[in-house]
Design a protein around this ligand. Structure first.
Ligand SMILES: Cc1cc2nc3c(=O)[nH]c(=O)nc-3n(C[C@H](O)[C@H](O)[C@H](O)COP(=O)(O)OP(=O)(O)OC[C@H]3O[C@@H](n4cnc5c(N)ncnc54)[C@H](O)[C@@H]3O)c2cc1C
Length: 456
């Protein structure tokens, strides 16, 4: 390894670290290299899973590391069970749809959106990754990114990652890394510049704790269900009025009830404001507050309304849902203006039709969402927004790609995230296979592999 090899994770600025008055010097250590791959995907959410599957199907040896014990990220671990902006998408989405329907997920199609059972999604994603030949590593935390500055200087290049798990500290090497951690952990560790929150104001989208509830009668709760009302806003309004009529005040004033399967439902009624994705202390406090609110509200509802008295809170999410983390600077940054003008690109990889969806804090503390005054015309995400600007060999996938606050609030939805992941995987495999940096891969190569699925 080159003398300038840098374990960038060691340099990461952290809030607790900033606050610390005392530091200790850790002893130097020798870390075993546990594997070599063409592509390492960090984070097994929808974007990471799509990237890993697509990279493996395109001939790359792929390691997919995930801190939780399943794939799906926000869609499974955070119980987010409603996919939006899927109407004009094909590719992996079709395979996921077939898989979860065969397991009995309701997958109710309403207003062009879909619901699903997170357990079914977990199984289908895992099976898909295994069948594609992806090497999965669960309960494994990304702890650092190994970068190397070329002889004579220049942009550092990725060489591999450092992980922490039950196997202790290990290194895995690859010429191409895909950051699909949602929060941009890998990119930040590698020294990439990034944005968090709204430019100027610093406001961030809130986190939310979602719960699974069973024991309800579909007939009784139908008017509150997103799946069954012809206008989703109406179902949310009915649900909010139900809580209000029982004297229950919520931090999210547009609560969501979604029917998933049998008598299983998901409930989203909580907002946790201004919690940064890189502060474990603040996230923990938010989780404790959120869980107390969710359980408290549902218990009160069960006591006050006959239709809810047999409700059983089956599960609160293993991970609080993070709408917004770091947005990593790429070779192109998608902007609010692109959304307004409906901009398309020569290297467009995903057609986005979804509006801007900013969950805001109201004056009363009870928040809803708004479109930030942006009227979205269908627009595209260019492949360049998936290529990190500051570090060679780093591909971006999912909600962390290069975009401003408003653009992120639109393309962060399910169908787009999957499509972005697919493109990231194809690009990563092509770069690794041909031994070039991702920005040197001709776009035609990516277009050819994604075929007619590209942009749609
Ligand atoms: C509360 C909430 C409600 C939403 N509602 C909707 C909706 O109704 N419809 C819709 O379409 N979209 C919705 N979204 C948006 C959508 O779900 C997300 O944008 C999407 O899941 C992002 O996917 P991702 O793969 O980029 O990130 P994530 O789903 O966050 O996945 C990231 C993965 O990386 C892993 N990871 C993170 N850090 C590390 C690390 N250091 N080491 C190892 N692994 C790591 C995580 O465990 C996770 O599995 C919602 C999101 C939230 C949070």
């Amino acid at each position: 390894m080159h003398a300038d090899t840098k374990y960038a994770g060691e340099d990461q600025q952290m809030t607790d670290r900033d606050k610390a008055e005392i530091f200790i010097d850790e002893p130097r250590r020798r870390t075993p290299v546990a594997g070599r791959y063409d592509v390492i995907v960090c984070g097994g959410g929808p974007a990471g899973t799509a990237a890993a599957v697509r990279a493996a199907e395109n001939g790359a040896s792929v390691l997919l590391l995930e801190r939780q014990g399943s794939l799906g990220g926000t869609w499974t671990g955070s119980l987010m069970t409603w996919l939006m902006d899927v109407e004009n998408k094909s590719g992996l989405l079709d395979r996921l749809t077939d898989g979860i329907c065969s397991l009995g997920s309701l997958y109710c199609r309403q207003h062009g959106d879909y619901s699903f059972c997170p357990e079914d999604m977990k199984c289908v994603m895992e099976q898909m990754a295994v069948e594609a030949g992806v090497s999965l590593l669960y309960h494994t935390m990304l702890a650092g990114v190994i970068t190397e500055v070329p002889q004579g200087g220049g942009v550092p290049a990725v060489k591999g990652v450092i992980t922490e798990s039950k196997s202790r500290r290990q290194a895995f090497l690859a010429p191409v890394i895909v950051d699909a951690t949602g929060d941009g952990d890998a990119a930040a560790m590698a020294g990439c510049s990034f944005f968090m929150g709204e430019e100027g104001t610093g406001r961030m989208q809130p986190m939310s704790m979602i719960a699974l509830v069973c024991g309800l009668s579909v007939r009784d709760v139908r008017p509150f269900c997103l799946n069954y009302e012809s206008c989703p806003g109406e179902a949310q309004r009915h649900f909010q009025e139900l809580f209000a009529s029982c004297g229950i005040r919520l931090s999210y004033s547009m609560p969501v009830l979604t029917h998933l399967k049998g008598d299983l439902f998901s409930v989203s009624l909580n907002h946790e404001y201004q919690v940064p994705c890189d502060d474990a202390r603040q996230i923990t406090d938010a989780v404790i507050r959120a869980r107390a609110e969710v359980l408290g509200a549902l218990h009160k509802l069960a006591a006050a309304d006959k239709r809810w008295e047999s409700a059983i809170i089956a599960h609160t999410a293993d991970a609080i849902g993070v709408r917004e983390g770091r947005r990593i600077r790429g070779n192109y940054t998608v902007t609010r203006e692109d959304l307004i003008s409906g901009r398309t690109f020569e290297d467009g990889i995903c057609d986005v039709t979804f509006n801007v969806d900013i969950h805001v804090s109201g004056k009363t503390g009870s928040g809803s969402w708004d479109d930030g005054g942006v009227c979205v015309k269908p627009y595209q995400i260019p492949l360049r927004a998936l290529i990190a600007a500051d570090v060679r060999g780093l591909v971006l996938a999912g909600r962390l790609i290069s975009g401003d606050f408003y653009a992120h609030a639109s393309y962060r939805t399910g169908g787009n995230i999957l499509k972005i992941g697919e493109a990231a995987g194809v690009l990563a495999a092509a770069a690794a296979r041909t031994g070039v940096a991702p920005d040197e891969v001709p776009f035609d190569v990516v277009r050819e592999v994604l075929g007619s699925g590209i942009g749609t």
